[in-house]
Ligand binder design. Structure first.
Ligand SMILES: [Zn+2]
Length: 240
């Protein structure tokens, strides 16, 4: 397998890049030598967008992007791309930027939920209109939860810087709470991408984030559902 560069890990604000097709599987699963497309994972959906072939200007819509066996595959809507084709890879920026804002908001809300109420998120699904958090809590009190949202919004309003760095595995494992499933971390991973949000959150993370919490706007609580005795599910969105 040829090495691919995942440019979104270094700069989440890159909207496009030039790339070369390195393989095509089943006609519509395209691997590029470098990409700005985020493959779905970690609760964040994949980017969509297009690949425009340089030689003839033909456009191939990217409908989803996945990571399989370490390889990033762009699923295009029609066949025709060939290995060695040069393309311009361009993401749907409006969608991605909304996902970046939602994702970064999720870090802050989960940090506050943990620090203020000891709540651990067990599942999450980010999307452009609403994001879902699952967690366990005996008695869910809507007013008390709104207080946590208010607290998260107060942190967002501090205009905290969001920074990316790479730490050697041993260093990253020393950061408390940074690696959620240390036991599941494959031994071949020698360096971890760390995302730090001001003084409130620092963790190993491969997603896309905004540079400053001022870009998030504010979190709006949309509602809660009970999923069994103590399993809760809440929804939020970001405004504007
Ligand atoms: Zn993240």
């Amino acid at each position: 397998m040829q090495q691919q560069s995942a440019l979104y890990l270094l700069d989440s604000y890159l909207r496009s890049c030039e790339a070369e097709v390195i393989s095509v599987k089943e006609g519509r699963q395209v691997a590029l030598d470098r990409t700005v497309f985020y493959p779905r994972g970690g609760g964040q959906p994949s980017d969509t967008g297009k690949l425009v072939r340089k030689s003839d200007g033909r456009e191939f819509s990217v409908v989803s992007v996945s990571k399989a066996g370490g390889e990033i595959l762009h699923e295009v809507s029609q066949e025709g791309l060939q290995p060695k084709d040069k393309v311009e890879a361009e993401i749907d920026w409006e969608r991605r930027y909304r996902l970046m804002r939602m994702h970064t908001a999720g870090h802050i809300l989960s940090a506050i939920m943990y620090k203020s109420a000891g709540i651990l998120i067990t599942g999450n699904q980010i999307d452009i209109d609403k994001t879902r958090f699952d967690f366990s809590m005996e008695n869910f009190d809507r007013e008390a939860f709104q207080k946590l949202i208010d607290e998260a919004n107060a942190q967002i309003a501090r205009n905290l810087e969001v920074s990316i760095s790479f730490l050697p595995r041993e260093e990253a494992l020393k950061v408390e709470g940074a690696v959620k499933l240390a036991a599941a971390l494959p031994p071949e991973i020698k360096e971890l991408r760390m995302v730090k949000i001001g003084d409130i959150d620092w963790q190993a993370d491969g997603g896309t984030h905004v540079r400053n919490t001022s870009e998030i706007g504010r979190i709006v609580f949309l509602g809660a559902e009970n999923k069994g005795k103590s399993n809760r599910r809440i929804y939020y969105k970001v405004e504007p």
